[in-house]
Design a binder for this molecule. Structure first.
Ligand SMILES: Nc1ncnc2c1ncn2[C@@H]1O[C@H](COP(=O)(O)OP(=O)(O)OP(=O)(O)O)[C@@H](O)[C@H]1O
Ligand SMILES: [Mg+2]
Length: 370
C-alpha cells in the first residue's frame, strides 16, 4: 500500500543551547520562553551542556524516523516521508497517500498533536492512532484528568493556575507541579516536587517563564511507578507486559520521580540506568489492578490503536493514572531505554513487528486490508 509517515524531527539546534536560544520561532518551537538555564543547578549546566535545552525533546530523531520507515517497508509498503511543517497540508494533498502512519507531535500550541490528525480528517485519509479530539485532550493534562474523574478512574486531585494569585488556599503538601501541555518530561525537574508555598510559587513562575503556560498542580503520588503499553481497539485492546520504573536507580539526593534529569541526563546510552523492570515484578493482584485501570482509561478517552499509559500508586497502593500518551516514544535501539518498544519486545514483537502491529490495528479498525 502507498503509505505516508508523518513526523517531526529534532532540529540540530536541540543539542546546542546557544543555537536554540537564537532559533527562529517561526520554524516551529514547542515552547516559547527559553530562560530555563536560570533555574537549573550549576552542576547540571556544567555536566550536561549539550542536553540542557529541552525545546525539541518531544520530537523524534532521524534514527527513529528511519527505523519506522524501514519497518513499514519491511511490511511490504511504499512509504513517503511527510514532515509536519507549515506545508504539511499541501504535501498531504499532493502525495494523497492511501493511509498514514502518524508519529507527528505537531508544530506549536497546546493542541499541536492534533494538527496532522485534523488535516487527515479533513482530507478523508485514514491514519494510525487516535483522532484529533482524543489526541488533543490527552495533551492537556487537566482535560484528560477531568474525563478520567467522570468515569471514576483514579487520578490525583489537581488544580491549574497561570498566575500566583489564583493558587488555591489551604494547600496540603507535598504537591507535584508540571507544565499543562508538555511531554517527554519537559519542564519536570527535581524541583517539581514542592513541600511549601514558596517552592510552589517558584515552580509556577518557572513554568510560566520557561514554557509560557499554566501549571497543573497535583497531589504527589508517593508510591511505585509503572508505564503500560497498550495495543488494539475497544474491548480487544491488549495490555502489553507492564514496565516498572525502578526509581531506586535515581541518584541519591534526587526525588524518586522520572524527571527530565533522570530521563535525559542520568540515563544515557553510554551510561545506562537499570531503570526498567519488564514485566513488573509485583503481586498478581496489583498487576491485574494496573491492567484494569489502564484498560478503563483507554476506553474512557477513546484511544485508538496504541498508547502508553503512566501509572503511580498512591499512599493506599491504589494505581492512579498519571497521564496518557497516544503517541508513545519509540526509540528503536534497545540500548536506549524506551518503554513501548521494551514492552513490545517482552511480548514477542521486535521493532518491525511492533510498527506493523500498530498499522494492522488501524487497518482493521478502518476495515482496510493491506
Ligand atoms: N502527581 C504526581 N505524583 C508523583 N509523581 C508524578 C506526578 N505526576 C508526574 N509525576 C512524575 O513525573 C514524571 C513525568 O510526568 P508526566 O508523565 O506527567 O510527564 P510527561 O512529560 O508527559 O511524560 P512523558 O515523558 O511520559 O511524555 C512521571 O513519570 C512521574 O515520575
Ligand atoms: Mg509521562
Amino acid at each position: 500500500m502507498k503509505l505516508a509517515l508523518t513526523f517531526n524531527i529534532k532540529k540540530d539546534s536541540a543539542t546546542n543551547l546557544s543555537a536554540s536560544l537564537a532559533a527562529d520561532e517561526s520554524e516551529g518551537s514547542l515552547s516559547s520562553g527559553r530562560n530555563f538555564k536560570k533555574y537549573l543547578s550549576q552542576n547540571l549546566i556544567e555536566n550536561y551542556p549539550e542536553r540542557i535545552d529541552d525545546t525539541f525533546a518531544e520530537w523524534d530523531s532521524e534514527e527513529t524516523i528511519e527505523a519506522v520507515k524501514s519497518a513499514l517497508e519491511a511490511g511490504g509498503h511504499e512509504v513517503d516521508l511527510i514532515e509536519c511543517d507549515r506545508d504539511a497540508y499541501e504535501k498531504l494533498k499532493i502525495h494523497n497517500p492511501e493511509f498514514v502512519f502518524n508519529v507527528a507531535e505537531g508544530l506549536s500550541g497546546p493542541s499541536r498533536e492534533s494538527q496532522i490528525p485534523s488535516m487527515l480528517e479533513m482530507l478523508n485519509i485514514p491514519f494510525t492512532g487516535s483522532d484529533s479530539v482524543t489526541i488533543g485532550i490527552c495533551h492537556d493534562k487537566s482535560r484528560c484528568k477531568e474525563i478520567l474523574s467522570y468515569y471514576k478512574i483514579p487520578n490525583s486531585k489537581f488544580f491549574i493556575t497561570d498566575a500566583i494569585h489564583k493558587t488555591e488556599k489551604n494547600i496540603s503538601f507535598p504537591k507535584f507541579v508540571k507544565p499543562l501541555h508538555e511531554g517527554s518530561s519537559k519542564g519536570i525537574y527535581n524541583s517539581s516536587v514542592v513541600n511549601n508555598s514558596s517552592e510552589l510559587r517558584n515552580e509556577i513562575l518557572r513554568i510560566k517563564e520557561c514554557y509560557d503556560q499554566p501549571s497543573i498542580v497535583e497531589d504527589f503520588l508517593e508510591g511505585k511507578e509503572f508505564t503500560v503499553a497498550m495495543l488494539g481497539n475497544g474491548e480487544d485492546v491488549k495490555v502489553l507486559p507492564i514496565v516498572e520504573i525502578n526509581l531506586d536507580t535515581v541518584p541519591e539526593g534526587f526525588n524518586k520521580i522520572y524527571s527530565y534529569e533522570v530521563k535525559w541526563f542520568f540515563d544515557t546510552r553510554e551510561s545506562k540506568l537499570d531503570i526498567f523492570r519488564c514485566p513488573a515484578d509485583i503481586d498478581p493482584v496489583l498487576y491485574g489492578q494496573i491492567e484494569d485501570v489502564c484498560k478503563a482509561a483507554y476506553l474512557a478517552l477513546r484511544i485508538r490503536d496504541w498508547a502508553r499509559i503512566d501509572v503511580r500508586l498512591d499512599k493506599n497502593n491504589i494505581p492512579n493514572i498519571v497521564e496518557i500518551n497516544p503517541l508513545p516514544g519509540i526509540l528503536p535501539d534497545p540500548a536506549d531505554n524506551s518503554c513501548y518498544p521494551k514492552a513490545a519486545r517482552e511480548y514477542g514483537l521486535d521493532y518491525n513487528a511492533m510498527i506493523n502491529a500498530v498499522l494492522n490495528c488501524a487497518f482493521n479498525r478502518t476495515v482496510i486490508k493491506k
